[in-house]
Design a protein. Structure first.
Length: 294
């Protein structure tokens, strides 16, 4: 029996690692010297003064993010990080005010809104505070629609890629990871996660009070992926290409995951759900965070 149990455990771990590789979620961590040399010291900014919004009876905390302009894209050129042409050129982007989910949407919140859970599919983390994964684009849209119905409006949605990066970088600051330059302090990744998801909020927040925007689970955005989109992006509130830009290319995903190397947890790291060729496909390493308009 013990042999069978160990074999099952091995294949579950193997499956998690294979799925994570599909999103570029594996990579050799750079040396500590390569992480710190020539980098700007980042001091977390204080929370904005606007109050935290809490969704009635879902305990879905939303943090106010004051809009502004920032240099979007890979502002870091350091040894040890793979060069991703899709993260260039660096360009100025301006976003309006919004509220961002303090945490990734959890299993408990999903179960409360949808009446079901994904515990069996999320084998590495079955706590109600674990981020929900293995949910499709259509299911996420259904979740948001139900959430909007409960709140009596249409203010909840996925963030755009520009909004996501602005929030992850504590309002557009030069932060390598969301909350600073120490990946272990702010992110679950292959160096500290034991190759499994963890309950949200266990790592330090960024300067806006947002948790886990680096590491733990990839997060959906509303934008279609375009490798050359940064070269033609509008300045104000960009929303990405208006349609898929190639075969097996889908929505932008951000934030990295628990089974990926530290380079993949960067705030500027772009990837896309290239296996999600239909709106019903799923991945255990992909979840989401919601945005609310004021």
């Amino acid at each position: 029996m013990e042999v069978v149990y160990m074999a099952k455990k091995f294949w579950v771990l193997f499956a998690v690692i294979v799925v994570s590789l599909n999103y570029g979620c594996a990579g050799k961590p750079p040396l500590v010297a390569e992480l710190t040399t020539g980098m700007e010291k980042v001091t977390p900014a204080p929370l904005f003064s606007a109050p935290t919004a809490t969704v009635t009876d879902t305990v879905m905390e939303m943090v106010y993010v004051k809009g502004g302009c920032y240099e979007m894209g890979n502002v870091f050129d350091y040894a040890g990080f793979e060069e991703n042409p899709g993260e260039k050129p660096v360009h100025e982007v301006c976003v309006d005010d919004f509220y961002m989910g303090k945490y990734e949407v959890t299993q408990g919140q999903w179960e409360l809104i949808m009446g079901s859970n994904t515990y069996l599919e999320s084998l590495t983390c079955r706590d109600k505070k674990c981020p929900v994964g293995n949910v499709s684009w259509n299911e996420v849209q259904d979740f948001i629609s139900r959430l909007n119905s409960r709140s009596g409006g249409n203010k909840y949605r996925l963030p755009t890629e520009a909004e996501w990066e602005y929030a992850a970088r504590s309002g557009g600051k030069r932060e390598l990871y969301s909350g600073g330059n120490d990946v272990d302090r702010v992110a679950w990744y292959d160096g500290n996660s034991d190759y499994r998801l963890h309950p949200v909020g266990a790592k330090a927040p960024n300067g806006l009070g947002l948790h886990d925007m680096s590491g733990n689970i990839w997060e959906m955005t509303s934008d279609w992926y375009g490798s050359d989109y940064y070269s033609k992006s509008p300045r104000n509130n960009p929303t990405g290409p208006d349609k898929p830009t190639g075969p097996e290319i889908d929505r932008v995903v951000r934030g990295g995951c628990a089974t990926g190397g530290s380079p993949n947890q960067r705030t500027t790291k772009r990837s896309h759900a290239f296996e999600h060729t239909t709106p019903t496909d799923r991945s255990r390493s992909l979840g989401f965070r919601i945005l609310r308009t004021p």
